[in-house]
Design a protein around this ligand. Structure first.
Ligand code: HEC
Ligand code: HEC
Length: 225
């Protein structure tokens, strides 16, 4: 069943997606893939010195309860993320395809080589586990595993992996990502504030989700082992 929903979804993509809005200038050519592969984690560690203040000592990110200043937004974990995904996001910020004033300024200051080096560094780190809350995430688990045939909602696992581990090239790891960031970025796709997803994949999917579903899915993925 899940397979049929997915196939239907993939066939609908070119029709549903606005052809003028490809979302990103990054193309997964062999040159781009080789460039990302050439990333030097050692050099990336030095560059990451400037990221620590926000993303944490080892790229663990933060939720607001661990920050003193409430005005600082939720900050994603970078540790354990696929290098190709981190590279794409940094290029999208630099090119103005993903909107965030702080990250755009930072990404513009990185050369292509700096970008792949820092992506390699974060890919080499593991992401810490988070304590499990008493929130009931069974509804989220169902959507992740089965999707919903009544809506055009494919199961998340077909792309993000059975354990939220991500998939080449540009499908991010979600497991153990900070819940507040997951919630804010899913809402940003839903409201078209984030529009750098190629073929509008995540914009189409997030629009099918209620805000309550987004909240519990974010907790589900944060707590995933
Ligand atoms: C002043 C705080 C700050 C600094 C310094 C900073 N970031 Fe960020 N970063 C953020 C915030 C906030 C977001 C979430 C923005 C959004 O929602 O688009 C973010 C998002 C990102 C993302 C997107 C992650 C994802 O899962 O999509 C990447 C990649 C990233 N930052 C890399 C870096 C790197 C590499 C550095 C250092 C060279 C850095 N950042 C420095 C605050 C910061
Ligand atoms: C058809 C494949 C596909 C399916 C199914 C899918 N995703 Fe995604 N997802 C993607 C891609 C590709 C990206 C990266 C897009 C980009 O570059 O912005 C992404 C990005 C995300 C992000 C942003 C992560 C970050 O670090 O910023 C979240 C959160 C997310 N997906 C959650 C979900 C959830 C929850 C579901 C199930 C309801 C789901 N996805 C189903 C392909 C998919």
């Amino acid at each position: 069943m899940a397979r049929y929903i997915l196939i239907a979804f993939i066939f609908c993509l070119p029709i549903l997606a606005n052809a003028a809005d490809s979302g990103s200038q990054v193309a997964w050519t062999p040159e781009t893939l080789n460039l990302v592969k050439s990333g030097d984690a050692k050099k990336g560690e030095e560059i990451a010195g400037t990221c620590i203040a926000c993303h944490g000592q080892r790229g663990e990110g933060t939720n607001s309860e661990v920050r003193d200043d409430e005005s600082i937004p939720a900050i994603p974990a970078l540790a354990g993320q696929l290098a190709t995904y981190t590279y794409k996001q940094l290029r999208d910020y630099a090119n103005g395809d993903r909107d965030n004033a702080t990250m755009s300024a930072i990404a513009k200051g990185l050369s292509e080589q700096d970008t792949v080096d820092v992506a390699a560094w974060y890919a080499s780190l593991s992401r810490p586990k988070h304590p499990v809350s008493n929130v009931d995430v069974s509804g989220a688990m169902k959507l992740v595993k089965d999707g919903d045939g009544k809506r055009i909602l494919p199961p998340c696992f077909v792309c993000h992996g059975a354990n939220g581990e991500g998939e080449k090239m540009d499908i991010p790891r979600l497991a153990r990502q900070r819940s507040e960031y997951l919630e804010s970025t899913l809402k940003a796709y839903k409201n078209d504030q984030r529009h750098n997803d190629i073929y509008s994949r995540m914009r189409l999917i997030s629009k099918q989700l209620t805000d309550d579903e987004i909240k519990i899915m974010s907790i589900y993925y944060q707590e995933l082992d």
